[in-house]
Design a protein around this ligand. Structure first.
Ligand code: ACO
Length: 376
């Protein structure tokens, strides 16, 4: 019997210098650096450089990357016009997909797949995707977009463009760390999707649009918004047991729990939980964070003996809520971070490409006689 690798589980499709995960130990390493160290000491810009170059930048290189990102924040008149046309009808992840394809359509060098040009595209998309999402959110709330500020780093500038208010130091740093945590995760579904598109030598913009479409699903990046919905439904701690028991009795999954690779707590969930405690100290909106902690405890009891633990999405929902971010932006924010990992994998893919084209085992009928439509 031919073996089928359903969901490609356990299949190695390529090599990478970007990320190593040990799902048993709960270890996550970006290009040699442990995620706990990066979350403690680095910034999103440093991590972007690390992923694109497999080394940390010196001061001059970091300043150059920051300046490049700042210079790429503005959107073209065409992207502006399209966003103003579509915001009422189109949800945020699809908006991002559309915007990425338009940014690509306007780039005359989109088919230049040289490493130098691809790195420029990676920085351009990283900068502009943040502006797209902030502008989209402003428009749908009947507000004018807020111009980016050159004196703010990527994380702080996004919060600024979203709210038009100076974020607190704690909010800036929390969001910066959230971006670091979501920046890269080896060969997940959306990264693979980008890889498949790039393997046909289609351009980086189309590969990223593919990745955004894949991230959207609730079994992947969409889980953070799904976690928020669960918290909304549960409402109060006394409802946790009844809600979870009913959900599992129906055979449904608890969002934010479980992972294809991690068979222990996702280290990113640990870091977000720790940050959550800090933010909660001063947040007037800590209810869902406290509810998440209680939900986590009940799930640990209920799922005892099963390798099902909180993943990155479990705490991102309540931490973003405390930062005042609307729940349907959680998955787009994932994309704003993961654009760095996606593009880093694409740099590797274009440098050593092979068309991705697996097989499917045919199980249909054979030797049928064609009947003209009138006789069917
Ligand atoms: N709640 C309840 N049971 C679960 C869950 C869950 N969240 N996840 C897995 N299980 C159970 C399955 O029902 C299955 O049980 P069985 O063996 O008795 O049939 C067992 O655990 C193994 O599940 P699989 O589906 O084989 O595991 P897989 O590796 O495909 O699942 C996935 C990984 C899709 C992430 C899954 O855990 C899930 O659906 N989680 C909820 C969605 C989620 O949080 N996604 C975000 C993942 S992180 C990210 O993408 C950023």
């Amino acid at each position: 019997m031919t073996e089928i690798a359903r969901g490609l589980e356990g299949v190695n499709v390529t090599t990478t210098k970007l990320c190593r995960i040990d799902g048993q130990k709960g270890e996550l390493v970006y290009a040699g650096y442990n995620i706990y160290d990066l979350a403690e000491h680095s910034t999103f810009e440093e991590v972007a450089f690390l992923l694109w170059n497999q080394r940390l930048p010196n001061a001059e290189e970091l300043a150059a990357l920051k300046a490049e990102l700042v210079a790429e924040r503005e959107l073209s008149p065409l992207v502006n016009t399209v966003l103003r046309e579509i915001w009422a009808e189109v949800r945020p992840m699809r908006t991002l997909e559309v915007a990425v394809e338009i940014i690509g359509a306007e780039d005359r060098k989109s088919s230049d797949l040289s490493n130098a040009q691809l790195k420029k595209t990676a920085a351009r998309l990283t900068a502009k995707m943040a502006t797209v999402i902030a502008m989209y959110d402003r428009l749908r709330h009947g507000k004018e977009p807020v111009a980016p500020r050159a004196d703010l780093n990527h994380a702080a500038n996004f919060l600024w463009m979203l709210t038009g208010e100076e974020p607190t130091e704690l909010a800036k740093r929390t969001f910066d760390v959230a971006l670091i945590l979501h920046a890269e995760h080896e060969m997940n579904a959306s990264t693979f999707s980008a890889m498949v598109t790039a393997s046909t030598l289609s351009d980086m913009y189309s590969a990223i649009a593919s990745a955004i479409g894949t991230l959207k699903g609730p079994l992947h990046g969409g889980a953070n918004e799904a976690v928020y919905k669960v918290l909304e439904e549960i409402k109060t701690p006394d409802q946790i047991k009844a809600h979870v028991d009913a959900l599992t009795a129906r055979g449904e999954r608890v969002m934010g729990i479980g992972h294809r690779i991690y068979k222990t707590t996702d280290p990113r969930a640990n870091i977000l939980e720790k940050l959550g405690h800090k933010v909660a100290e001063t947040s007037p909106d800590r209810h869902y964070f406290d509810l998440s902690l209680k939900l986590r405890d009940y799930l640990a009891e209920k799922l005892q003996g099963k390798p099902l633990y909180p993943n990155v999405d479990f705490f991102s929902a309540s931490v973003y809520k405390m930062l005042g971010i609307p729940s349907d932006l959680y998955t787009p924010i994932f994309a704003l971070a993961r654009i760095t990992g996606w593009t880093a994998h694409l740099l590797e893919q274009y440098a050593d490409n092979r068309l991705v084209r697996p097989n499917a085992v045919y199980q249909g009928e054979e030797n049928k006689t064609y009947q003209p439509v009138a006789t069917r």
